[in-house]
Design a binder for this molecule. Structure first.
Ligand SMILES: NC(=O)c1ccc[n+]([C@@H]2O[C@H](COP(=O)([O-])OP(=O)(O)OC[C@H]3O[C@@H](n4cnc5c(N)ncnc54)[C@H](O)[C@@H]3O)[C@@H](O)[C@H]2O)c1
Length: 348
């Protein structure tokens, strides 16, 4: 089968993670790369098979079928529009674009040109997360009472870095939390209301918040929580996903790759659980969890191109999460609760 020829734009931090994944994907060949910073481009070129290199992404357009865009956020829209107009399938790093209008225009341009538009939300495709979703959907553990997602990391920024400027398009919640709002919506369904509190304490380089706490309620009665910081000088939670269900607590710990079920009620029946392992049951453990595991999202992108499928994280689903975030920001500014009803996009 003919391989999909992909180009990579933006050879910075995130592209280095993609380099761990991209060579593991069948049916894909990186043929061209682009960065205005030639040193960054050379680092990416090292792990590839002699790709075409350019500082101007327009020069790669005739050589590729698809493009992975990992640029500063304000450049997602112009770069995406360029490749959509040239009928190239697009895997866009999150957040899709910086405004609702840009998202809608890019989605329409991709539809008009019949190309795949997928947002890079690798968390959605990680085996540990897929396992959690399978367990929730099985019905074995009852309904979701509450889902909590913690991300605690230290993100630094120099004076030259776009992360500390308005190019970011929002704060930590918009820039990074979009992964986890997307996840909460995927697990818990349609949101009803919510609140966000952000602070800049500990991350003075950020224009908006560097630390966030979000709480949301959902139509099915579930509550969602997301606590996140870019200012963690130390962390115990790291990246942790917990779902409190009627019949136990499900957890995916991204550091260890472990999926566990905590169920203290079983302690009343001696012998059912191995107490030496604590009061939880280890369901499975995924190895190689140190990176962002982008090979899974990339495989899905290739599958969507080859088999003309709609990506799980397509443009509209990415926009849905961003709308929730923008509404949470608006409500925070107005000291009100965010009304999150009608964000389902089912009408569009
Ligand atoms: N999925 C994830 O977990 C994750 C993690 C980090 C970053 N990201 C996303 O990846 C994207 C890039 O972020 P990053 O942290 O890699 O940023 P970065 O600053 O490290 O890299 C951006 C690169 O783009 C290059 N660049 C800037 N303007 C250019 C232009 N006009 N043409 C070509 N190259 C240009 C820069 O020289 C730089 O090498 C963002 O959308 C970010 O949100 C995703």
């Amino acid at each position: 089968m003919k391989k999909i020829r992909i180009g990579l734009v933006g050879c910075g931090n995130m592209m280095s993670f993609h380099m761990n994944g991209v060579n593991k994907v069948e049916g894909l060949e990186v043929v061209a790369i682009c960065d205005t910073n030639e040193a960054n481009m050379a680092e990416v070129a090292k792990v590839l098979d002699n790709p075409f290199c350019t500082t101007d992404y327009r020069e790669m357009v005739d050589k590729i079928d698809a493009i992975l865009i990992a640029l500063p956020h304000h450049l997602h829209f112009p770069c995406g529009m360029f490749f959509a107009r040239h009928k190239k399938h697009i895997l866009m790093e999150k957040p899709l674009c910086n405004t609702e209008e840009e998202c809608l225009r890019l989605i329409k341009e991709c539809e008009d040109n019949e190309v795949v538009l997928m947002c890079g939300y690798p968390v959605r495709y990680m085996p540990g997360i897929l396992k959690l979703k399978e367990m929730v959907d099985s019905g074995e553990y009852g309904k979701i009472m509450q889902m909590s997602v913690w991300t605690e990391q230290l993100t630094t920024c120099t004076d030259q870095d776009w992360v500390g400027t308005s190019c970011l398009g929002g704060g930590q919640l918009f820039s990074h939390g979009c992964h986890y709002i997307d996840l909460l919506l995927w697990f818990c369904g349609n949101p009803v209301s919510g609140a966000h509190f952000g602070t800049n304490v500990g991350t003075p380089w950020m224009l908006k918040e560097g630390t966030s706490a979000v709480t949301m309620s959902f139509e099915n009665g579930a509550i969602g929580y997301h606590g996140a910081t870019w200012g963690a000088r130390g962390t115990r939670m790291g990246y942790d996903f917990q779902i409190m269900m009627e019949k136990g607590l499900l957890e995916y710990d991204h550091q260890t790759g472990e999926v566990k079920v905590y169920d203290k009620t079983k302690l009343h029946k001696p012998g059912e659980l191995d107490h030496s392992a604590g009061d939880y049951e280890l369901i499975c453990k995924y190895e190689g969890n140190d990176g962002k595991q982008t090979q899974y999202e990339m495989s899905h992108f290739v599958d969507c191109i080859v088999n003309k499928k709609k990506p799980f994280t397509d443009g509209l689903s990415a926009l849905k999460g961003l709308r929730v975030i923008w509404e949470l920001y608006n409500a925070e500014n107005n000291h009100t609760l965010a009304d999150l009803r009608g964000m389902g996009l089912s009408e569009e």
